[in-house]
Design a protein around this ligand. Structure first.
Ligand code: HEM
Length: 454
């Protein structure tokens, strides 16, 4: 096939596993997508057709191709069918999965709540939340640090973005989200699905959790509507409540629910994972932990960090970048083409689904020396400027790039600044840590750690 004067290759001849093992790969992909994607990239190169149950996906492993999909040809793609199906009941038409003009309008509406100045104003609340959460801990006890971080970031998101609190409900919200992620992803991957209305034990549990989260979100919205003149009236939720269409109509209650649920989930989950993986990696890398303590001690001397301190903590920022490299909470982005597109010399029809994976690119030895090692120092000598665009993208790229990047980086730095000066964590004996790639990259059985005072 030819486009202009350049001969395009036939996408049916893409490299990838062939023959009988094909079936094995499809099932392994469900069980261990990280391993399958990484070994496919190693074995077959920058563009690979991977079989899945009932079809195939195109895995792109080159920074240029990633840029093609996320930036240069982004208008030819929608979020993938699987990611929509896995999240639709929970997130509805919220920012994360809506498309087209509707998405553009909602993004424009939400953007002011994420401007630098407004986010900086959240810093004292973030520090308070870190202090309150760590105030519950005592020397020598063992806790699931992943749950602790979820509670902390959930409270911070609810206070800063919605101007309210979730007394006593944070744990249940965390449990409900984990349950629903497993349930909905499992469902979306099944070729034949039992209707959700059938009273199987799994459906009943999932429906209870959906109802619980709905009730939390509707309560947050009604509380906010009941106090329109409070100090928080410039928070994200108030902006959304007040938002009018050009024709003067407000968002429907369902639209407001979808955006609030999306921000509730996206606003805490990934940052909590970043923090949880941070404590895990620090416990396994005492030299890094020591350097971090030295920097925090020299700049803060035991007091809580403030916004003005952050510019003087280069090692802390490098370490957060390194955590996001090795354990990117968003480890895979999937897009389905709504128009023909070309990548790597191949021309593809509409309907193909492409995958780009932070997990794979961030561990590619072509871009990172000793890629499996946790070495924050690599970011201190201008690596980011030398990397080809598309080789490091923990927050995605292009128009659908994370709206909360500044929020997340600020929160991570402040929380680590507060907690690392008071506590250190060691993996509890007999507990292992395994990754569980759901919608986000989670620790499968949590991260159980013994807490020690510094
Ligand atoms: C370390 C923490 C975070 C990571 C790694 C992360 C990662 C990402 C990524 C990769 C995307 C793009 C998804 C895609 O292209 O399909 C995204 C989108 C998004 N993120 Fe984040 N995120 C983080 C924190 C946050 C926070 C704190 C918020 C809100 C306060 C947030 C809200 C959103 C929203 C609303 C979108 C959808 C944006 C759109 O499509 O217009 N995220 N995030």
């Amino acid at each position: 096939m030819a486009t202009n004067t350049i001969a395009m290759k036939d996408p049916r001849r893409l490299p990838g596993p062939k023959g009988l093992p094909f079936v094995g790969v499809a099932f392994r992909l469900l069980r261990d997508p990280l391993e399958v994607m990484q070994s496919a990239a190693r074995e077959y190169g920058d563009i690979v057709r991977i079989p899945v149950v009932g079809g195939s996906r195109i895995l792109l492993n080159h920074p240029d191709y990633i840029q093609q999909v996320l930036i240069f040809q982004q208008n030819k793609f929608h979020k993938s069918k699987l990611s929509k199906e896995a999240t639709e009941r929970l997130l509805g038409q919220g920012l994360l999965i809506s498309e087209g003009d509707f998405w553009r309008r909602q993004r424009r509406l939400a953007q002011p709540a994420f401007h630098r100045q407004r986010i900086d104003g959240y810093s004292s609340t973030m520090v308070e939340c870190a202090q309150e959460q760590s105030g519950k801990w005592s020397e020598g006890e063992t806790r699931n640090i992943a749950v602790e971080m979820m509670e902390l970031t959930l409270e911070a998101a609810v206070r800063t973005l919605f101007g309210t609190t979730l007394p006593g409900e944070a744990q249940h919200v965390g449990r409900a989200m984990t349950c629903l992620m497993r349930y909905s992803l499992g469902r979306a991957r099944q070729p034949i699905r039992i209707p959700m209305t059938w009273p199987t034990p799994r459906n009943r549990r999932a429906n209870r959790e959906y109802d619980f989260l709905d009730s939390v979100v509707y309560r947050i919205i009604s509380e906010r509507k009941a106090q329109p003149n409070s100090n928080h009236r410039k928070d994200l939720l108030s902006i959304l409540i007040a938002a009018m269409d050009e024709d003067g109509t407000q968002m429907t209650p369902k639209q407001l629910r979808d955006e609030t649920m999306t921000l509730l989930l996206a606003g805490h989950e990934t940052t909590a994972l970043t923090l949880a993986w941070t404590w895990y990696l620090l416990s396994r890398n005492p030299m890094v932990e020591k350097k971090l303590h030295e920097e925090l001690g020299a700049v803060l001397g035991g007091r809580n960090p403030e916004l003005a301190d952050l510019g003087r903590l280069p090692y802390l920022h490098a370490m957060i970048k390194e955590v996001l490299r090795l354990y990117p909470p968003a480890y895979l982005l999937a897009r389905t083409a709504v128009a023909p597109f070309s990548v790597g010399g191949y021309e593809f029809p509409a309907g193909e689904t492409v995958l780009v994976s932070q997990w794979v690119l961030h561990r590619d030895p072509r871009y990172y020396d000793d890629p499996e090692a946790f070495r924050p120092e690599r970011w201190l000598d201008g690596l980011e400027g030398r990397l080809p665009p598309g080789a490091y993208f923990p927050f995605g790229d292009g128009p659908r790039r994370c709206i909360g990047q500044g929020f997340a980086m600020l929160e991570a730095a402040l929380v680590i600044g507060v907690i690392a000066q008071r506590f250190l964590f060691r993996l509890a004996p007999g507990r292992e840590v395994k990754t569980e790639p759901l919608v986000t990259l989670r620790p499968k059985h949590g991260i159980w750690m013994t807490i020690h005072r510094v």
